[in-house]
Design a protein around this ligand. Structure first.
Ligand code: URA
Length: 186
């Protein structure tokens, strides 16, 4: 059976597949253009995202918007989602059981979107999507190619909130991503 975006949205809204469903306020489905070439994958919704049911509406979202703006991109032309769709209490890392329970949703989002570029934001996403031993400090901004998709990873915007000197480094990766999109879409 072929799922639609609507089907996935409904499944996520009613999901009780892992313990996070008991503590969440609202599950957070990916957002943005469903025709996007670029898919950003982060870790898990934070507290504000949990209240509003929308990814990156908190302080990390402000940083993300600024990075996108600096490279001539907007949220409306990309798709942003998370490895897990529900907020882990206390902003802890999502546990394996939670990541695996949620993974089919990410697979369907990716299948329907068919992005040309996937960008993992932070260690948790990079280690689940690119490779289990991915080291953000050493490998951020490097590219791998899988099927018809280019994949990279960089620091999560919350890392910039903790250490503003990382902004420039992440901005450079975002500008490379915008350049890569031009290369892959002409
Ligand atoms: N941090 C994330 O990893 N995802 C969000 O949606 C918001 C903050």
């Amino acid at each position: 059976m072929q799922y639609t975006w609507n089907d996935i949205e409904q499944h996520i809204a009613a999901c009780t597949c892992c313990p996070l469903s008991r503590t969440r306020n609202r599950p957070v489905m990916g957002r943005g253009s469903r025709q996007a070439d670029i898919m950003l994958i982060a870790e898990a919704p934070g507290g504000q995202e949990d209240q509003q049911g929308i990814p990156f509406v908190g302080r990390s979202g402000e940083i993300l918007d600024s990075l996108l703006r600096d490279c001539g991109l907007t949220r409306e032309e990309i798709y942003i989602t998370n490895i897990v769709k529900c907020h882990p209490p206390g902003n802890r890392d999502p546990q394996n059981e939670e990541k695996e329970a949620c993974f089919p949703y990410l697979k369907y989002e990716t299948y329907l979107l068919k992005p040309k570029i996937i960008v993992c934001l932070g260690r948790v996403a990079a280690q689940r999507i690119i490779s289990a031993d991915f080291r953000i400090t050493r490998q951020h901004g490097t590219w791998i190619y899988r099927k018809n998709c280019a994949l990279t990873a960089t620091y999560h915007p919350s890392a910039i909130l903790r250490d503003s000197s990382k902004y420039e480094m992440v901005r450079e990766v975002f500008c490379e991503i915008a350049k890569k999109r031009m290369e892959l879409t002409i």
